[in-house]
Ligand binder design. Sequence first.
Ligand SMILES: Cc1cc2nc3c(=O)[nH]c(=O)nc-3n(C[C@H](O)[C@H](O)[C@H](O)COP(=O)(O)O)c2cc1C
Length: 291
Amino acid sequence: MRKSVCALVCAAAALAAPALQAAPEAVSGATVKANLQGGAMPENVDAVTSASVVPETLRQKVVPNGFTRDGNAKRVLFVVGDPRHESVEWDLVNTAAKHFMDKGLEVEIRDLYKIGFNPVLPLESFFHAKDGFGPAPKDVAVEQLIVSAADYIVFCYPNWHDSPNAITKGYMERVFSKQFAYRDTEKGLEGLLKDKGIFVIMNAGWVGMGRGSVGDGIPQKAGEKSNPIWDSYMTAYKTVWDDTAGFWGVKNLGQFVNDRTPGNLDADYAEKLQKLRNDLKASLDRNFHLK
Ligand SMILES: Cc1cc2nc3c(=O)[nH]c(=O)nc-3n(C[C@H](O)[C@H](O)[C@H](O)COP(=O)(O)O)c2cc1C
């Protein structure tokens, strides 16, 4: 009997499975074997994973003050796509949220994993996203209300394969739909979210060594101000976000990318983390003109 390509591929994958299980350790820089079964973290996770783990004693618990109905304070919406609250990405989110609140702004955080946001644009609402036909799906309508209330939208995600990770990207695809975020006019597309600004906070494994945005790479040669590899990554990300901002009619306020995460077992972890937090706060002060 002839077997379909899919059946053959699936059978091959099943045979290869034990080998594949060992692969992440081989490529990730993790030091010793982690528990590869299920989602439970091994007790000595700091030592075994290549993901960032902020030690418990240094983790911040930040409660957003929320958007009020009236008042003049600017409103910052954080759209966060990161399943691990002990990550450096979440530490950056908490640092930024607290900083904005300290400066008198209002903050809302949409924790996409926690609210179970479905990032997949299904056939049933494809034409809503593409053309603005029909009512927004209920979950999208809720998010659109929150986005409408915000002055700033800060997209926060770890770098997974050089783009906003799936849950964050799905939020963009479903929530920023046509007739909500942009529309056709006789002169072409018009962004509808004018007077808003967007910003990105992304932690990364390796994008050429640096922290910040274009021009903030660590020089690799004498005479360099930044470094060309870092700058090429940053320019690529900036180009894409500039384009998206143009589409939606918002201002692209910039990006804070970090690929100098303290090693989980660094003796001076606390100092390095504090430096990272300070660098982020300085970037926010600059890009949002905070006083
Ligand atoms: C599925 C996956 C894909 C990744 N792809 C990249 C990548 O393309 N570039 C990169 O710099 N880091 C990549 N990383 C590494 C993460 O960005 C890195 O672990 C980062 O420190 C995560 O930040 P966090 O620890 O704050 O979550 C990837 C991680 C995962 C889990």
